[in-house]
Design a protein around this ligand. Structure first.
Ligand SMILES: [Mn+2]
Length: 318
């Protein structure tokens, strides 16, 4: 499989590396590490238009200033590589069309729910991050990991493990981090850039969301709701909702935290976090995906209906 991937990369004239919608540190770090390896003939796609862009937190990543957006991407590629994209519907219409019609598609991921929609699928379900999958890939392929690539992979692993806290972390994850550190990256500075760099409005916005959170099922479940008007009030973007579900999960009695965000079209984006309960069957009921302790879905109903549907489902597990 590794040789096959290397061969495809070698043969390609132009490569599009696709990150998932609402990009995070893992998908961006993995995509940029891959771009740094492939070089000039590879572009990274962020699936928004340019004015929405990627979370500013990650603006320090090498070569991120070169990414393509939906409004600049063209039909000019002969190889597509999706990284950290759990399912094909995490790629939006136009790039999905390009991906689906191409004979050269590679799917690199760590989500257990990934069904292998690529022609070549390098999926290590249960791995800490796609960053760690790629770290193994580069090593097994005998590819030299540069300092810049190491920075990207480290950010991918750091952010997707919640700073090495989640149960997906193994001794190999620490070994990867250690080896990446030996490339000369400043891990303390990277952590500051990823976590101590938030806009003031993000914290005041999150304070209001958390203050209004509701508890259910003997305080084992907590949920918070975000409407477009609240986001407008604080002038915040999607990326500024990050961390709310984790903060709510950190409450002593809570096993499952839910963050619901109503979209302009009255559908609801749901993020779930859990301490002990496997969330994958819950989100699969709503065509979502993810990991045991961190999963998500979109429910095609307004926010108040969505939470009722979710609570009805969660009663079976809590
Ligand atoms: Mn990931």
């Amino acid at each position: 499989m590794i040789d096959e991937i290397l061969e495809k990369i070698k043969q390609a004239n132009k490569v599009l590396i696709i990150t998932h919608v609402n990009p995070d540190g893992d998908t961006l770090g993995s995509a940029l590490a891959m771009k740094l390896f492939i070089g000039e003939k590879a572009d990274v796609l962020v699936q928004t238009n340019k004015n929405i862009s990627y979370p500013k937190t990650y603006a320090f990543l090498p070569e991120i200033e070169k990414v393509k957006f939906l409004d600049t991407v063209k039909d000019e590629y002969d190889l597509y590589i999706a990284v950290d994209v759990a399912s094909i519907d995490r790629i939006v219409e136009f790039p999905r069309e390009l991906f689906n019609k191409s004979i050269n598609t590679i799917n690199i991921d760590h989500h257990k729910t990934n069904r292998g929609y690529g022609k070549i699928n390098l999926i290590k379900g249960g791995y800490s991050s796609t960053g760690e999958v790629l770290y193994d890939f580069f090593n097994e392929a005998g590819i030299q990991i540069t300092k810049e690539m190491a920075e990207c992979l480290y950010v991918a692993i750091l952010t997707d493990t919640g700073c090495f806290k989640y149960e997906t972390v193994t001794k190999d994850t620490f070994l990867a981090a250690s080896n990446l550190m030996q490339k000369g990256i400043d891990t303390s500075l990277i952590a500051k850039k990823c976590y101590d760099n938030k806009p003031k409005a993000m914290i005041t916005f999150q304070a209001e969301v958390i203050t209004n959170a509701k508890f259910a099922l003997d305080d084992k479940v907590v949920y918070a709701m975000i409407t477009p008007s609240l986001m407008k009030k604080y002038n915040v973007k999607n990326e500024h909702t990050e961390g709310i579900a984790e903060t709510l999960r950190s409450i002593e009695t809570v096993d499952i935290s839910i963050l619901l965000k109503e979209n302009e079209d009255k559908t609801t984006k749901v993020s779930l976090r859990s301490k002990t309960i496997d969330l994958t069957p819950v989100v699969e009921k709503f065509n979502g995906g993810g990991h045991k302790m961190a999963a998500g879905c979109t429910i095609r109903r307004p926010i108040k209906v969505a939470i009722e549907l979710l609570l009805d489902e969660l009663i079976k597990y809590v």
